[in-house]
Design a protein. Structure first.
Length: 315
């Protein structure tokens, strides 16, 4: 573990985790995340960010980081869902991360601004995820030319969308997720075992999250908890998480479920890191390495030209 990662883990444990644990207003937490993201997360050079409308009432950002790529010459892309516990986050909070991933993978990324709880509880977010997919297909993209991605709550939406598509016979090129929450019953053993080890996520807010996002909906509904959905013949999946996270078993059990359907799953388990640490690329060497692994997966799934294994530095 680098010194920078040690420092970040300590800051997360003493500042971020208590803030999340005691935030009384999810809308206020949302605004704070937006402010921090604008100040902290840095774009690589040549970033191109376009505001688009995927469907009525569903804006999105289209992000690429290649000079002259407006859009990239091949009709292949990543459909990405941001994290934020279903109540916070936006394409803007994750735009710098996605620009860095786009730069490394040499691909355009579309990030929809799905509706957030508590103003728009379940199933608004998964409905918007499906609307985003349908909009891309309507624009002429083929299922096999789209990789689905997401982090945390966005990883939940990505996996839920995958289950929905496979049930209809649609098969994306692949899926990746950073520390996805896959079980909103929160029954994984790591929820308790890692409660003190996780440097960012408190277990004390699970009931609040369900209250904001799932009023009146059972937490084991497969549409809300993709761990309980079937995955017949899924495409390759890449899951990245840390062994110290409370969501570690969400990822491990999700991998088992996907493999039970005949899927090929890569579990990129790191020994110790904060939740979705790749968002700190530009600050942490571990973030660059983690993001580069995902970029190689995306490039392999799409057959796109991608950065070399040396992962050239961007700042």
């Amino acid at each position: 573990m680098s010194l920078r990662l040690r420092l970040l883990t300590a800051l997360a444990r003493h500042i971020v985790k208590p803030m999340v644990a005691h935030a009384a207003d999810p809308v206020g937490l949302r605004a704070r995340f937006e402010r921090v993201a604008r100040r902290v997360f840095r774009f690589p050079p040549y970033t191109l960010v376009r505001e688009i409308t995927l469907a009525p009432g569903l804006p999105a950002l289209a992000i690429s980081a290649r000079p002259g790529s407006h859009p990239p010459p091949h009709r292949k892309l990543v459909l990405y869902f941001h994290g934020g516990a279903f109540v916070a986050g936006s394409p803007r909070t994750h735009a710098a991360l996605l620009a860095r991933l786009a730069w490394l993978a040499r691909v355009e990324i579309v990030a929809p601004a799905y509706r957030l709880a508590p103003e728009h509880p379940f199933p608004a977010a998964p409905d918007d995820a499906r609307a985003a997919w349908d909009a891309l297909i309507a624009r002429g993209y083929r299922a096999g030319d789209i990789v689905i991605g997401g982090d945390s709550a966005g990883g939940n939406l990505a996996l839920g969308l995958l289950a929905n598509l496979l049930a209809e016979g649609q098969r994306p090129a692949g899926l990746f997720a950073f520390s996805p929450v896959t079980d909103l019953t929160f029954s994984g053993a790591s929820m308790e075992a890692n409660a003190g080890r996780d440097s960012m996520l408190p277990t004390s807010r699970t009931d609040d999250l369900k209250g904001y996002y799932l009023p009146g909906t059972p937490a084991d509904d497969p549409r809300a908890s993709p761990l309980f959905a079937p995955y017949p013949a899924p495409p390759p999946v890449f899951l990245q998480y840390a062994a110290t996270e409370i969501l570690a078993d969400d990822c491990r059990r999700m991998a088992e479920q996907l493999r039970a359907g005949g899927g090929e799953v890569t579990c990129d388990e790191w020994p110790d890191a904060p939740h979705v640490w790749v968002i700190f690329d530009g600050y942490l060497p571990e973030a660059r390495e983690g993001l580069a692994r995902v970029a190689r997966f995306v490039s392999d799934m799409l057959g796109a030209d991608h950065a070399s294994a040396s992962t050239p530095a961007i700042r």
